[in-house]
Design a protein around this ligand. Structure first.
Ligand code: SAM
Length: 278
């Protein structure tokens, strides 16, 4: 039960690129709260200016999350309402917010979500990979010991995996994923909702090759096929190879045979083309 005299904390999702993705409810909430706690006040000020909203801002970011959180909590306890926003997307998903929610929950502050964009969910929905069961991993650690221990653990993860990545670390991450997981399907989404939005559905080795020749730009989400699904992919590929070989023997061109066999078995056209060409 929340304390009636306390204010409410609103978790307000903001656009991940396209400002038109702000919801009507997000705008109303930003206009109506007493103050806004922002990851980067400069970024949020630009968003508020765009929508003609004037509101007091306080800073709440990773490195002040303890002291900043206490200050926000004190104001909420005093009856003020607060909107928490991050630089982009849903606050608390790989950005500050989680600690503030925990703090407020402990104090029985009412917490309301104003849902909206989240890069992970958008990329998963676009991937074409199994979205029935998935696991969110966020950013891989840059500390090799932690990074490799996690990748080792994830080798047998059967659910679809979601990773966030910055452009300058992308090739290293794709290479590590290939080294630990072997060949698997991956969907790479970049610059979602922006002008250069792109989703590439490849295998891990194709992704390494692609980004080695085309330098990565923008923000990335990687959706990686789980272990069980990749075994299944192996079975489907074997089936595809059998069918394509029969069609080629019957006189069909390699290109058409690969297309027909890939469509019928559901295996990757690229992987099948490579397999029947070797
Ligand atoms: N809270 C955010 C959300 O709900 O998606 C995520 C914040 S996290 C600090 C930033 C990372 O999210 C980026 O490095 C990138 O991996 C991903 N991301 C954010 N916006 C994106 C976009 N427009 N396209 C692709 N990835 C994006």
């Amino acid at each position: 039960m929340s304390n009636q005299n306390h204010g409410t904390l609103y978790l307000v999702a903001t656009p991940i690129g396209n400002l038109s993705d702000i919801s009507a409810r997000a705008l109303t909430t930003l206009r109506e709260v007493d103050f806004i706690a922002a990851e980067d006040t400069r970024v949020t000020r630009r968003l508020l200016e765009h929508f003609g909203i004037k509101k007091p801002l306080v800073s709440y970011y990773k490195h002040n999350s303890r002291s900043g959180g206490e200050k926000v909590l004190t104001r909420l306890q005093g009856g003020e309402s607060c909107a928490l926003v991050s630089d982009a997307g849903t606050p608390g998903i790989s950005d500050p917010g989680e600690d503030l929610v925990r703090l407020c929950a402990l104090d029985e502050i009412k917490i309301i979500t104003i849902p909206g964009p989240c890069a992970a969910v958008s990329a998963l929905a676009l991937s074409g990979l199994d979205s029935g069961r998935f696991v969110f991993e966020g950013f891989l650690s840059t500390d090799n010991k932690k990074r490799f221990a996690l990748l080792e653990e994830l080798k047998t993860e059967f659910r679809t995996m979601i990773f966030y990545e910055a452009p300058h670390k992308l090739i290293r991450t794709l290479t590590d994923l290939l080294n630990f997981f072997g060949e698997r399907r991956i969907s790479v989404s970049r610059e979602l909702t922006k002008i250069y939005e792109e989703t590439l559905r490849l295998t891990l080795s194709e992704a390494v090759l692609h980004f080695t020749s085309t330098p990565p730009r923008g923000e990335f989400v990687l959706i990686v096929e789980g272990a069980a699904a990749s075994d299944d992919t192996g079975d489907r590929l074997d089936e595809g190879i059998r069918l394509a070989s029969v069609l080629i023997e019957d006189g069909m061109s390699k290109r058409d045979a690969v297309k027909k066999a890939a469509d019928e078995t559901g295996c990757s056209r690229n992987a099948l083309y490579k397999a029947v060409s070797t």
